[in-house]
Each structure stands twice: as structure tokens, then as C-alpha cells.
Design a protein around this ligand. Structure first.
Ligand code: IMP
Ligand code: MG
Length: 175
């Protein structure tokens, strides 16, 4: 699939930067005096996380997990598998999960359950985008960048079939 330049920009690079600033201010305020562990969900969250952490004025640490939900390129199957789990203990840590998209919520809720069992001191969720109309399980997002309509989005780390992650804006693919 070739990227169509006429595809609609949903959130421009400038709008994304503003959202990242806003989220960073909230996180800086809420985690004052703490040393949070940010857990990024690969691969989609890596660009967002890279921008976000550079606005954080906290002695934070980073980890990554990788999850896969077998399915087609656009649709989660509902069955989630941990492809790369955590390599450090999180017991007693203030954990903040960094996600690209909460779509059905199945992936995120699987991850939050997995992390909760490891007894962190606190567990919160920061998601760049949320599609509330698509939720199939309840997920509460503590820090949210954008609410997205029921559209498939790409760019700024987010892919369609591994493509378009490099685009600086977030685009909605037309059907
Ligand atoms: P969920 O388990 O249905 O919430 O899906 C979460 C994952 O599905 C995201 O982390 C993405 O990898 C993928 N996904 C869902 N919606 C989109 C989209 O609009 N664009 C690209 N990937 C998506
Ligand atoms: Mg994906």
C-alpha cells in the first residue's frame, strides 16, 4: 500500500506537540518527588514516549513490553499474547504505562492485569489516543492525548501493517 498524500491529517505535528506538553505538565505535577517507571508498549508508543520523556522533569526509568493480538491488520482478535515481558521487578514502583491507542481496550486491560499482579505501588495509564466508541472492555485512562472517532489512524509511531510509523502527523486512513 502506498501512502496517499491526500489522506486526511487528523492531528498535525503541532497539535501533537501541544498535547504532549499538556500531558507532560500533568505527569510532572502528579509525580513530584517520585521516581516513576514508564513502561512503553512496543512498537506503537515509541515515538510518543520519546517525545514525552524529554518534557518530563523527573528521575524516571524506562522499560518496554511487547504485546501481540493475533488478528488482521486493522482488528484486534481479542486474544492477547505477551511477546516481550518485563525484565525488571516493579513491586513497590510507581508505574506509568505509555500506550499509543486504546481501541477495544483488550490489549491495555490485559497489560494492566499483568502488571497489577506484580504489585506496583501505583499503576496509571497514559494513552496518546482513545477510541471510546470501540471499547469492548472498560479501561480508565489517567492521561489522554486525543479522543479519536471510529477511524483507523497511522503516523507518529502508529502503523498499518508496519507501514507509516515514520510520518510526523497522525492521519486517518480513508476506507
Ligand atoms: P485494542 O486491544 O483493540 O485496544 O488494540 C490495541 C492495539 O491495536 C493498538 O495498540 C494498535 O497496535 C492496534 N490498533 C488499534 N486501532 C488502531 C489504529 O487506528 N491504527 C493502528 N493501530 C491500531
Ligand atoms: Mg499495530
Amino acid at each position: 500500500m502506498v501512502f496517499q498524500p491526500q489522506t486526511k491529517i487528523l492531528f498535525s505535528r503541532g497539535e501533537i506537540a501541544k498535547a504532549v506538553d499538556r500531558l507532560a505538565s500533568q505527569i510532572n505535577r502528579d509525580y513530584q518527588g517520585k521516581q516513576p517507571l514508564l513502561i512503553g508498549v512496543l512498537k506503537g508508543a515509541f515515538v510518543f514516549m520519546a517525545d514525552l520523556i524529554r518534557q518530563l522533569d523527573l528521575p524516571l526509568e524506562l522499560e518496554f513490553v511487547k504485546l501481540s493480538s493475533y488478528g488482521t491488520a486493522r482488528e484486534s482478535s481479542g486474544k492477547v499474547r505477551m511477546v516481550q515481558g518485563l525484565k525488571t521487578p516493579i513491586k513497590g514502583r510507581d508505574v506509568l504505562v505509555i500506550e499509543d491507542i486504546v481501541d477495544t481496550g483488550i490489549t491495555t486491560s490485559f497489560l494492566l492485569d499483568y502488571l497489577m499482579k506484580k504489585k506496583p505501588a501505583s499503576l496509571k495509564l497514559c494513552a496518546l489516543t482513545d477510541k471510546p466508541s470501540r471499547h469492548r472492555v472498560p479501561v480508565s485512562i489517567d492521561y489522554l492525548g486525543f479522543t479519536v472517532p471510529n477511524k483507523f489512524i497511522v503516523g507518529y509511531g502508529i502503523d498499518f501493517d508496519e507501514k507509516f510509523r515514520y510520518l510526523p502527523h497522525i492521519y486517518a486512513l480513508e476506507d
